[in-house]
Design a protein around this ligand. Structure first.
Ligand code: HEC
Length: 211
């Protein structure tokens, strides 16, 4: 009786072991694609990338191409239209000095009206969208001379910063940062890594602030 029941159980156990083994095999197979995707990124890196790029979907392929740096002079990058632009290395983590500096200047001088990370507010437009169409010359003209939409209620005014050295001496920095936001190259996160401040930037800053 005892022997019989053991014998009866044995095939069951074997079947169970087989079933478990095949489930594990299926699970291993299922896990493969995910593992393969992050093959070159350690799990911690992948988590960090997600954290750094919460709006990866905002990336604009056309603008990423248009605003791509094709030339560098003394640590300052230019796109194919000859306008200042951003440059990112190290898997999208390391920004050029001007984009980084622009991030800081923006959050000192512009964010009160235009919202954090150039996302806009009820008072002023989202510059991450404006910079999809505004040229370098237009941008400099607007921040120097201001802007008032006459078709609106007339109460929302973009002040003229022409006399404000804390803005005008960093106009290219602001423009570079906002371009990176417009194309989606820079996520809504403070840049953690940056290139060294170029000697040319130090010199230009000194002359602009002092002159
Ligand atoms: C006191 C609030 C205020 C501040 C501070 C401010 N802006 Fe503005 N800005 C506005 C308003 C309001 C408009 C929209 C004006 C209009 O209706 O034409 C505007 C418009 C603009 C535009 C044109 C946008 C478009 O889509 O046409 C640019 C570019 C701009 N601002 C850049 C800046 C930058 C760069 C800074 C920081 C140096 C800044 N602004 C600081 C209020 C502000």
């Amino acid at each position: 009786m005892q022997y019989q029941s053991k014998a009866a159980i044995r095939p069951l156990v074997a079947a169970l072991v087989l079933a478990l083994a095949s489930t594990a095999a299926v699970q291993a197979q299922d896990a493969k694609p995910a593992d393969a995707k992050s093959a070159d990124a350690k799990p911690a890196d992948a988590a960090l990338a997600n954290q750094l790029d919460p709006n990866a979907a905002d990336k604009d392929a056309k603008l990423l191409d248009k605003y791509q740096a094709v030339k560098v002079e003394d640590g300052k990058y230019f796109d194919k239209d000859g306008a200042p632009t951003y440059h990112i290395t190290n898997d999208g983590k390391k920004f050029d000095w001007y984009a980084y500096s622009g991030y800081r200047r923006y959050h000192a001088e512009c964010h009160v009206c235009h919202g954090p990370d150039a996302m806009g507010s009820t008072y002023a437009p989202a510059l991450k969208d404006s910079l999809k169409r505004i040229s370098y010359e237009e941008f400099i003209g607007i921040i120097a001379g201001g802007k008032q939409d006459i078709s609106a209620s007339g109460t929302n005014v973009m002040p003229a910063f022409g006399d404000n050295k804390n803005v005008m001496c960093y106009a290219d920095d602001l423009y570079t940062y906002l371009k990176a936001r417009a194309s989606g190259a820079m996520p809504r996160v403070r840049p953690t890594d940056k290139e060294e401040k170029p000697e040319a930037a130090k010199k230009a800053e000194k002359e602009c602030l002092g002159g």
